[in-house]
Design a protein. Structure first.
Length: 350
């Protein structure tokens, strides 16, 4: 078993002045602490770097915005630890975060450890819905997976460097590397390199600042869907790995949403109430998620707010993923003709 002092913590940060302070304060409460905390300032235009430096982090400055994957690569390039733990600038880790990693790390069986979010650092209705939906999606995760969440990830530095780090590739005409599904891409190459899965440590979650507005949430989900499809076009083997992301289930949620929309429109246009039967699959598919979300809230008033917002939340998610998959298909299939898209560059791109 390694010692906790052997671990470097790496955090990519882009215009994170409102969240990097609480993030680093949480890391400062780790007992015992890591050997170093490295904040990679991804060409921020706010006070991110200053706040990080004031809290004692080692700040790496990138001169242009390269995205979270290459920023993390840059952090590992200068890391002194034998192990690296990743989190994000909008997350807060629990006090025993590194301790759990080291007690659970088993190099004979696993290539590293990853885990979920423990909850939201904000208590808005939207944040509660996002947290509940994600926990419901991940409720039956196996102990061994071939994917990762890079806001909560622990690996040996030698293995990270050996697999090439986060893949870096460009869409045609782009100057910034593709990002959005770099979690799954890294895990794919890490598992392939070490020939062992990652351990899913379900009870060592980090608290996350989920998107604060419905518009921001829509844009985030559309970006995720777009990136995941582009990533699967670039690395088709991702489609067969055990992952913390939805696969066919995601397509099913989109299908029942559009059946719901078609049923409502058709019923109204034709005056046929029987067509509303097409709404049942959408309502049934998300019923268990909605029920668990509402049941977990003790206050009656908030239960009613969550119940009223839950189905619109799932509808907005499906709409965002429809937009994102359409954009991903357009960009990804077009990119397949580009040599830059297929060239996998390794290490820092800065």
């Amino acid at each position: 078993m390694a010692t906790i002092a052997d671990t470097s913590v790496v955090i990519p940060a882009r215009n994170a002045a409102t969240t990097i302070g609480p993030c680093l304060d949480a890391i400062a409460r780790l007992n015992p602490p890591p050997i170093e905390v490295i904040v990679v300032n991804d060409a921020s235009t706010d006070a991110t770097a200053q706040i990080a430096a004031e809290r004692g982090a080692k700040v790496i400055h990138l001169t242009r915005n390269v995205g979270p994957g290459p920023a993390r690569n840059a952090g590992v390039n200068v890391a002194r630890g034998e192990y690296v733990a990743f989190t994000d600038s909008d997350c807060q880790v629990p006090p025993d975060w590194l301790g759990r990693f080291h007690r659970e790390y088993d190099s004979i069986r696993y290539s590293g450890i990853t885990g979920p979010y423990a909850g939201s650092s904000a208590k808005t209705i939207l944040c509660s819905l996002m947290d509940a939906a994600l926990k419901h999606e991940q409720r039956n995760m196996p102990d061994a997976i071939e994917s990762s969440i890079t806001s909560n990830l622990f690996v040996r530095v030698a293995d990270f460097r050996g697999c090439g780090g986060f893949p870096v590739y460009l869409l045609p005409g782009a100057t910034m590397p593709t990002y959005g599904n770099e979690d799954e891409e890294l895990a794919h190459f890490l598992v392939k390199h070490v020939r062992k899965p990652l351990k899913w440590l379900r009870d060592n979650g980090v608290y996350h600042a989920f998107r604060p507005t419905w518009r921001a949430y829509f844009r985030q989900q559309a970006k995720y869907a777009e990136a995941i499809l582009i990533s699967n076009i670039r690395f088709p083997a991702l489609l067969i790995g055990t992952t913390n992301y939805s696969r066919g289930g995601g397509i099913g949620k989109i299908a029942v949403f559009w059946l719901f929309v078609g049923s409502c429109v058709g019923s109204a246009a034709l005056g046929q109430p029987a067509l509303l039967a097409g709404c049942v699959p959408f309502l049934s598919l998300h019923f268990d998620s909605v029920r668990h979300c509402v049941a977990a809230e003790p206050a009656l008033g908030r239960k009613l707010h969550l119940a009223a917002a839950a189905y619109p939340f799932h509808a907005l998610t499906a709409l965002a993923w429809t937009k994102g998959l359409a954009a991903g298909a357009y960009k990804g299939l077009g990119a397949a003709l580009s040599r830059a898209f297929w060239a996998r560059q390794e290490g820092e791109l800065a």
